[in-house]
Design a protein around this ligand. Structure first.
Ligand code: PEP
Length: 255
């Protein structure tokens, strides 16, 4: 059985002090829901302090990206070795990084390999644009992104990888894919994984939905058989909303 995983992507929100205050308030609220894996992904600058607050809890910490090199002349970048000890997870391939920060399928693949080599678990985000969606290209495009991200990754590494289907048109827009549609695309992602690694591996990989997930629509996603959690932006910035999402995931999917 796949343990549900809900990750909050804080994007470029919250100062250091706000981040610390937030997780101090959040941690006790999330403590009861151990049937759900709970992860927060603060900004780089808050990672160490947030990790310190959460060190004796079951709440995991994720970074929002990384560079693939261990060190070097890459101004503004953060390497995998710098994240070790602070984060267990790292989001790779978020559509905002693809759109604004020159993230490509090739850099996603390099980052996935670098993360795995340093014991960090990638949350790999894939998803189509509105134009691709309207042109009926979603399945082909998303499947291509999955194959490119996982190029050269062996089957044994898949236990450390989480996939996230995030249709670009649904991120931060208030528009969301219906639970049924999200489940259909996620089942196609699983079929791509089965093609690459076999059915047993595909059935063991957790695949999240992301895109305007809120307490009001969470149950619709969590009741779908192929959706194993959510990658959440806006609703992860409020203690009550994020707690509610975890509570719903535990009720729908928890053991
Ligand atoms: C995201 O940042 O990955 C995301 C899905 O954002 P939102 O929940 O705000 O749409």
């Amino acid at each position: 059985m796949r343990k549900p995983i809900i990750a909050g992507n804080w994007k470029m929100f919250k100062t250091l002090d706000e981040s610390v205050a937030f997780v101090k308030e959040l941690a006790p609220q999330l403590a009861p829901f151990s049937s759900v894996e709970r992860v927060v992904c603060p900004t780089y600058i808050a990672l160490a302090a947030v990790a310190d607050v959460l060190k004796d809890t079951e709440i995991g910490v994720g970074a929002q990206s990384l560079h693939w090199e261990e060190q070097g002349a890459y101004t503004s970048q953060i390497s995998p070795t710098m994240l070790v000890g602070l984060a267990q997870y790292v989001i790779i391939g978020h559509s905002e990084c693809r759109a604004y920060l020159n993230e490509t399928d090739e850099t996603v693949n390099k980052k996935v390999k670098a993360a795995l080599a340093h014991g960090l678990k990638p949350i790999i985000a894939v998803g189509e644009s509105l134009a691709q969606n309207e042109a009926g290209e979603t399945e082909t495009f998303v499947s291509g992104q999955v194959r490119a991200a996982l190029d050269g990754i062996d089957a044994t590494s898949m236990e450390n990888i989480v996939m996230a289907y995030e249709p670009i048109w649904a991120i931060g827009t208030g528009k969301n894919a219906s639970g049924e549609i999200a489940n259909t695309i996620i089942s196609k992602i699983r079929a791509t994984l089965a093609d690459l690694y076999g059915k047993d591996v595909a059935d063991s990989v957790r695949i999240q939905y992301g895109g305007s997930v809120k307490p009001g629509n969470m149950a619709e996603y969590m009741s779908q058989p192929d959706i194993d959690g959510a990658l959440v932006g806006g609703a992860s910035l409020k203690v009550d909303d994020f707690t509610k999402l975890i509570e719903i995931a535990a009720a729908e999917k928890g053991a």
